[in-house]
Design a protein. Structure first.
Length: 347
């Protein structure tokens, strides 16, 4: 029903507009405990074969929602009813910011893809904390942190530290986002020297806590093998807990959408099916190069159980979805988890 009735109606509207309309509808539809229980009965699978222990956390299943969908932690409770094993909120910055001018989110239906140049639009970390104060402790929530656009790279560490310290008591793990293509010069922080300094600073703060929390690094799919080698070195030297591979890409090759339409859209990060192959390559390279010395969360082009299995076989420990969720609808999480049960049963 979603693909034949609901999606065609959604896709007649501007992507960002319908995104927030859906947020409003889900808030209403899943307001009561009865409706939340009903949604869970439709979409959630409880099966011990899906459980995964990682970062000192017990994930009920390995399929999570990637950052960017619930930027301000406005809908994590309702989204958790749709079967996700974990939800990642953000990217959040210390101060509120509007992001880039609209329109800034575009569909490429021929490629089952999106292009976005949102620019870390969010209400700021203090606003997010207010929404997380009364969260269900049984849900696993990750906090994806970034820097404000106006903060120069030389002072970026301060922004990440502010978000880390303020969010520490309200999320279960952290993701350091230095790989979005939509904040000017942000990706320069992926270079070895500034990235090592940033992650080591956060790790020192983390280790000073009575009980530390996992810190993961989210990387771009556009890194070269030499740069990926640097990532392996940095993760091992700073002893952060893992990597999320990958963010959106600036590559536009091999698309079915016409060059003129892609050019008219302009700058932004491409996500969805066109990223699947490269994302898997990055996961496999990191896993093999590191000797599986750190966990990897795979994201990029996951639409089916087969896509998720491809990532797991490449070396991923968990997977995340975003664009596939928009194209496939809420039933995809259950379908993927059913496929994973079959996969794990045969191993």
């Amino acid at each position: 029903m979603y693909k034949t009735v609901v999606k065609p109606l959604f896709f007649k509207e501007d992507p960002e507009t319908i995104h927030y309309k859906v947020f409003d509808w889900l808030k209403v539809l899943l307001k009561s405990n009865i409706s939340k229980s009903f949604a869970k009965s439709l979409y959630k699978i409880d099966d011990s074969r899906l459980e995964k222990e990682l970062f000192g956390l017990k994930f009920p299943n390995p399929v999570g929602l990637a950052a960017g969908f619930d930027k301000d932690a406005k809908l994590y409770e309702e989204l958790a009813c749709l079967g996700f094993g974990f939800i990642e909120v953000g990217t959040v910055t210390p101060k509120p910011q509007d992001g880039n001018p609209k329109p800034r989110l575009f569909r490429l239906p021929q490629d089952e893809a999106l292009i976005n140049r949102m620019g870390f639009n969010n209400g700021g970390v203090d606003e997010m904390i207010e929404r997380l104060k009364n969260r269900n402790p049984n849900q696993i929530i990750g906090g994806n942190i970034g820097k404000n656009k106006v903060t120069p790279n030389e002072e970026a560490i301060n922004d990440y530290v502010i978000c880390f310290e303020k969010l520490f008591d309200f999320v279960d793990y952290f993701v350091v986002n230095v790989s979005s293509p939509n904040t000017p010069n942000l990706r320069a922080l992926q270079d070895k020297e500034p990235l090592t300094k940033l992650l080591q600073t956060l790790q020192d703060k983390n280790n000073a806590k009575p009980k530390r929390k996992a810190i993961l690094l989210k990387i771009a799919p556009d890194l070269t093998n030499d740069q990926l080698d640097d990532i392996v070195d940095i993760v091992n030297s700073t002893k952060i807990d893992g990597v999320i591979a990958t963010n959106t890409t600036i590559d536009r090759s091999n698309l079915n959408t016409s060059d003129s339409e892609v050019s008219a859209i302009g700058a932004g990060g491409l996500s969805g099916k066109p990223v699947r192959k490269r994302s898997t390559e990055v996961v496999k390279y990191l896993s093999q190069k590191s000797g599986k010395s750190f966990p990897i969360v795979a994201v990029g082009g996951i639409y089916t159980a087969e896509d998720a299995i491809e990532k797991l076989e490449a070396g991923a420990d968990l997977v995340q979805i975003y664009t596939g969720f928009i194209y496939e609808g809420p039933g995809m999480v259950k379908r993927i988890n059913k496929g994973l049960i079959n996969y794990f049963s045969k191993k």
